[in-house]
Write a protein that binds this ligand. Structure first.
Ligand SMILES: [Fe+2]
Length: 243
């Protein structure tokens, strides 16, 4: 099982504060059956400087990787990446590729929380020329005012390298549960992520998300989804950055 969205790298954003918390998050993830984690600290071009962000992220990554290497119990594979906050003309920024899942062209994109505009959609289309774009926790934007845009991006997933990630908590509980599970069934949602930040308020919960899908869509469906997720990441790594 792959956790596609996780703030396990310590000391970068509002996620894990220290190695102890990160280690506990990894242990909990391991117990839940997670084998790979895409590490997605927040990157906001309005606040963060790219070089500084990358230095801090890579340092945290190395420290945590060293902890895994020394651990007998946790053998999770980590991938450095970022949860990149949308900004205008971002598709024209060459350095953006430094924020993809390392060794791939997969960009995890966090959209604005205001009402969307037509220009947001064209920016996503432009990004899809160069990247496999994963819209993180799309359910957070699925309100009445964005309805036509959500419909549009879901349509775009059928013809562009555009993918949808949903948070585990949203498929396990809450009012959107049924709708989101249906999206997975229809192939309109592709990945689950814990979006975990710590061990208290937002802990690792990939097990509850997968269980919710399994309860509604069956074991065979979940098995296939996990295999598709592994293949997605493997294919992206095989193709590398520049294709
Ligand atoms: Fe996040």
């Amino acid at each position: 099982m792959i956790d596609f969205h996780c703030h396990v790298l310590m000391g970068i954003d509002d996620g894990s504060r220290n190695l102890e918390t990160s280690a506990s998050m990894l242990e909990a993830s391991k117990t839940q059956g997670v084998q790979q984690i895409v590490c997605t600290p927040h990157f906001d071009a309005a606040k963060d400087r790219m070089e500084e962000f990358l230095i801090n992220r890579d340092h945290a990554f190395q420290v945590l990787q060293k902890w895994i290497d020394a651990s007998d119990a946790v053998d999770i594979r980590l991938y450095p990446a970022a949860e990149v906050f949308f900004f205008r003309h971002m598709s024209e920024v060459k350095d953006l590729k430094k924020l993809t899942i390392r060794g791939t062209n997969v960009l995890l994109l966090e959209m604005p929380f205001d009402v969307w505009e037509d220009s947001y959609i064209s920016e996503i289309e432009d990004l899809c020329r160069e990247y496999r774009v994963v819209l993180v926790h799309l359910e957070r934007y699925m309100n009445f005012k964005n309805r036509k845009y959500i419909r549009k991006v879901i349509e775009m997933t059928h013809r562009l390298p555009l993918y949808v990630q949903i948070n585990c908590r949203s498929v396990a509980e809450g009012s959107m549960r049924k709708k989101l599970i249906k999206m997975f069934r229809n192939g309109e949602a592709h990945f689950l992520g814990s979006d975990s930040h710590n061990m208290t308020r937002r802990p690792p919960n990939m097990d509850s998300g997968m269980k919710a899908l399994e309860d509604s869509l069956g074991t065979a469906f979940v098995k296939q989804l996990k295999a598709q997720n592994r293949k997605f990441l493997q294919d992206a790594r095989d193709e590398g950055h520049d294709k």
